[in-house]
Design a protein around this ligand. Structure first.
Ligand SMILES: NC(=O)CC[C@H](N)C(=O)O
Length: 324
């Protein structure tokens, strides 16, 4: 069986992969539909608390740009922290390696919204995927713009990666995030007090909360993540949008930090780089082979999709996809 990065001749045309996945995805949807233990839907804002925990969708984009979907793969959901992958990519494009003086590259071992390490480590967040790190990234993207312009830039970037201009920010989710994001405000204020925000915390939080409110389907998300599978190539134009070395580094951070204090367990069980969000989505990358998006709103204790993780575990085991 091929390892990620090695391919058989028949798989090279992606026809072989296509056929196997076409059989496998509906089967995974069926298995997940029968699960009684589905985790807890995020309850911190009403628009997320209302989501039906029985929803389940999955989409796989292969490197020939073919897309295989099953279940609720075309229903939009709140991508939440998965947006941190796209904002990091944009910020690296602007700042390059200079970014790493403001945010670290180590797993935190703490919850996504934890404030504990930030005080000890003088306002330099452990990594760009915990909230504190993503708030610094939002500050970089805000630069000298107005929050609206920075949000527009993130939105257009995601739309162009997915080649889909229907992708939008859910205003209700964004407003609810703004109205309840007191812990994020505490992080932003502590960052500002330590000299690690250039802009006003309220403006930076405006950008951060709106990026979290991006609404996408599994199909759109898997397409937007394709550049990480293809060494930075756009799925349709084939243009190089990100340097290959940068996509490897972003993937490395997804592997080590993408699931917060559940990152080790995710790597152990699934074995590919991935990023989760409290909306129940996960974007997973099989380098050189596939970009996968899965959505099941119920979360485990670390705030990662319970069945999304299980579905990826089953899929990657059956396809023999792993970076190890
Ligand atoms: N893990 C997540 O998806 C958290 C995102 C959420 N909007 C927050 O800032 O708390």
């Amino acid at each position: 069986m091929p390892h990620a990065g090695q391919h058989t001749d028949s798989d090279l045309a992606d026809g072989g992969l296509n056929a196997r996945l076409a059989g496998m995805l509906p089967d995974i949807v069926q298995q997940m539909a029968s699960r009684v233990e589905r985790g807890e839907v995020a309850r911190y804002i009403p628009p997320l608390a209302r989501i039906d925990p029985r929803k389940f969708g999955i989409a796989v984009v292969l490197r020939d740009n073919s897309v295989l979907v099953a279940g609720d793969a075309d229903e939009e959901f709140s991508i939440q922290s998965i947006s941190k992958v796209f904002s990091l990519t944009l910020a690296l494009g602007k700042k390059g390696d200079g970014l790493w003086s403001r945010v670290g590259r180590e797993p935190s071992g703490d919850a996504f919204n934890s404030i504990v390490l930030l005080e000890h480590e003088k306002g330099v967040p452990r990594n760009p995927f915990i909230n504190a790190g993503a708030i610094v990234i939002a500050d970089v993207l805000l630069a000298t713009h107005q929050p609206k312009e920075a949000i527009g830039e993130i939105l257009r970037f995601v739309q162009s990666l997915a080649d889909d201009d229907r992708i939008s920010v859910d205003r209700h989710v964004a407003q609810a995030e703004m109205a309840t994001g007191f812990a994020n405000a505490a992080l932003a204020n502590l960052l500002k007090a330590n000299g690690n925000l250039d802009n006003l915390p309220t403006h930076v939080l405006g950008v951060y909360h709106h990026q979290c409110a991006l609404s996408m389907s599994c199909r759109q998300l898997a397409r937007a993540g394709f550049f990480l599978t293809s060494g930075g190539r756009h799925p349709v134009t084939c243009r190089q949008v990100v340097a290959p070395e940068r996509t490897r580094r972003i993937s490395a951070l997804m592997m080590t930090c993408g699931h917060y204090d559940g990152s080790g367990d995710f790597a152990f069980r699934v074995g590919v780089p991935a990023k989760s969000g409290v909306g129940g989505g996960i974007l997973a990358i099989v380098p050189g082979i596939a970009s996968i998006a899965v959505w099941s709103p119920g979360l485990n204790q670390q705030g990662n999709s319970l069945l999304g993780t299980e579905a990826l575990e089953i899929l990657c085991r059956q396809m023999n996809w792993s970076v190890f």
